[in-house]
Design a protein around this ligand. Sequence first.
Ligand SMILES: *Cc1c(COP(=O)(O)O)cnc(C)c1O
Length: 370
Amino acid sequence: MIPFLDLKATNQQYETELKEACNRVIDSGWYIMGKEVELFEQEFASFCGSQKAIGVANGLDALILTLRAWKELGKLKDGDEVIVPANTYIASILAITENNLIPILVDPDSGTFNLTVKGILASLTSKTRAILPVHLYGQISPMKDIMALAEKHGLLVLEDCAQSHGAMIDGRKAGTWGDAGAFSFYPGKNLGALGDAGAVTTNDNELYNVINALRNYGSTEKYKNEYKGLNSRLDEIQAAMLRVKLKHLDRETTIRQNFAAKYIAGIFNPLIELPIVVDIEGHVWHLFVVKTKTRKEFSEYLSENGIQSLIHYPIAPHKQGAYSEMNSHSYPISEMLHESVLSIPISSTMKECEVEKIISTINNYKGSVK
Ligand SMILES: *Cc1c(COP(=O)(O)O)cnc(C)c1O
């Protein structure tokens, strides 16, 4: 079986370095908010090209804390509307509702899976205060146009970069276009810790200071609490793991990009629709997502031929029990995507011959013969 993602193989590549880093933290006797977090924040900011990065506990918290900081700064208030793609992973929307803000779901482009300026414009109201573009599957949203629109209408922009570490468009990386970028380092993400972890990137010092305090009980200095904060710190041990893995991220991304190029050049099957790529050099391929009208049969066929595939995501957020208030809303593109998307393996530990096998297997797919 070609597994969808082999996390053990991914991390075993760096076993010696990871164990050294782990030992370094154990031996330091310092486990929270120390040198590893500080150095990772600097290294990650420098990787992205942002002035600052703030390590937090996970990607959802990175989103929540940024919106929360804007509320503390008086830039957002309860009931303000935040535009978000209807086909995102539910965490983007949870961060909005967690802050008593209103998510305005917008259908994405069906080929790139990302927000469009046209879609955003059609959803603006007098209550719109922010846009939360999600760079889904590793491809960055049309940020130049989104930023121009945001500037014109005085909107904040928070990029959800959980799937797009290092993704680029017009020479700038994800997390440096908007007022802030939220990253997840969940183990399966392109840059993955060995547990939960996340970060916010920003060039805004004021925002940086508030998030910095909010993640640590709202404390600006020890025992002085400026905000009603929470505990959402990045652990020293995860920061140390991430420092090791960040050094190898560009190499892993190049491997993913080579595999994606092979898929795009090699897959010819009228039953399988390939993703639309805006900038082939800027896409970091967190997932390789195809569309098909016969998804169930196609995934069973792949499985019978020894290839694991997954669905990202099977249920639209507005159809979830958690959002019963939105269950009757209609987002036709998003609903079509949730019916037809299928992710095929594209991990950096796959072998060339496995990629070739996946391509020929897909090309031999004849659809339903029943
Ligand atoms: C993974 C993910 C998140 C949440 O990150 P966690 O670290 O799992 O909390 C948010 N948004 C998107 C688009 C994601 O893929």
